[in-house]
Design a protein around this ligand. Structure first.
Ligand SMILES: C[S@@+](CC[C@H](N)C(=O)[O-])C[C@H]1O[C@@H](n2cnc3c(N)ncnc32)[C@H](O)[C@@H]1O
Length: 312
């Protein structure tokens, strides 16, 4: 079994030791975090999931036709595999489905639920960090082509250099003739984007603060999450939403053997979510050796699902 490397303590201490404090967003997804994310997907303000489901509902047949028969579908950051049945049920003779996620319990539960829904498809979950090398399990059916499915705008959580590294790795994993089907949130006015990260029910704030709860539990830290405010805003210069936890007052926290000081108003950046103009994503993908073949969007052009081919 592949197992994500245990770098939680080192990453947290390193991130909180920087002049501009930050924490990697991949650590949001402990069991409670994964559940909170599912609730975010249902929020009226979170247009991303609704728009992507609309795109998949309207165009999954065309996507499946473009991908052809015999695909091994490897899903990056599969979570609840919410959108996956829409694709898998339209594919001809899929060779198998390999969900890959860092959130172990959630991954195995979702994989079992999906296997029950798609009885003819071999489902082989992989608990791994997809930014690291992992082995793709063998499946019984012949594989004509590897396809990475990467929905949910998770690619947007990576800055330009990391996104390029990740996409380059996907191109290598799929190999010549392989494909990538990726959900990309589109650039649009801040007034449309920001409410999605500042919901009235406070679920996103709870998701953000849950990272501190996890650090307390797993690293024996003494954060008081109530002494941090949730803040999320669109940074137009970098075309990204930034999510922060802002210290309400001066405080000292012990984390994994380190002592971390916060000034009043000092923030920890916990997530970025890049929003792409179609041309910007096309340029990034091209640098990774991936060519955008087709793009589908929802009726309001909020969100895109893009099919990319690995160059030879
Ligand atoms: C934004 S959610 C998207 C979930 C789902 N794909 C969807 O479209 O609703 C991100 C998912 O990616 C997983 N994830 C984040 N970083 C990861 C990493 N480095 N390696 C593996 N999984 C990761 C999280 O556990 C979570 O399930």
């Amino acid at each position: 079994m592949t197992k994500p490397p245990d770098t939680f303590r080192a990453d947290v201490v390193a991130g909180l030791s920087r002049a501009a404090k930050e924490l990697p967003c991949k650590y949001f997804y402990d069991e409670a975090g994964a559940r909170l994310f599912d609730r975010i997907c249902d929020l009226p303000e979170y247009y991303l999931t609704r728009a992507e489901l609309e795109v998949m509902g309207s165009h999954a047949g065309e996507m499946a036709a473009a991908l052809g028969a015999g695909c091994l579908v490897i899903e990056y950051g599969s979570g609840s595999s919410l959108k996956t049945p829409l694709l898998m049920s339209r594919l001809r003779y899929p060779a198998g489905y390999v969900p890959v996620d860092i959130s172990r319990e959630h991954l195995y539960a979702s994989a079992a639920a999906l296997a029950a829904r798609l009885p003819g498809v071999e489902v082989r979950p992989v608990w791994a960090d997809f930014t690291e090398r992992f082995d793709v399990p063998a499946v019984a059916a012949p594989v004509r082509r590897r396809v990475v499915y990467f929905p949910g705008s998770t690619v947007g959580n990576f800055g330009p250099d990391d996104a390029l590294r990740l996409l380059t790795g996907i191109a290598a994993l799929c190999g010549p003739g392989g494909g990538l089907l990726v959900g990309v949130d589109l650039r649009k006015p801040a007034a449309v984007i920001e409410p999605a990260y500042n919901d009235r029910a406070g679920v996103t704030a709870a998701f953000n603060r849950n990272l501190l709860v996890r650090i307390n539990r797993e690293l024996g830290a003494d954060f008081d999450p109530a002494r941090f405010d949730h803040r999320a805003f669109f940074n137009a210069e970098h075309s990204r939403v930034e999510m922060h936890l802002v210290s309400r007052e001066p405080q000292v926290v012990r984390v994994g053997g380190a002592v971390v000081r916060f000034a009043a108003g000092e923030s920890v950046r916990t997530e970025c979510s890049y929003k792409y103009a179609p041309e910007a994503f096309r340029r990034l993908a091209a640098m990774a050796g991936l060519e955008v073949v087709r793009t589908w969007t929802d009726a309001h052009h909020l969100f895109s699902v893009q099919l990319l081919a690995v160059g030879s």
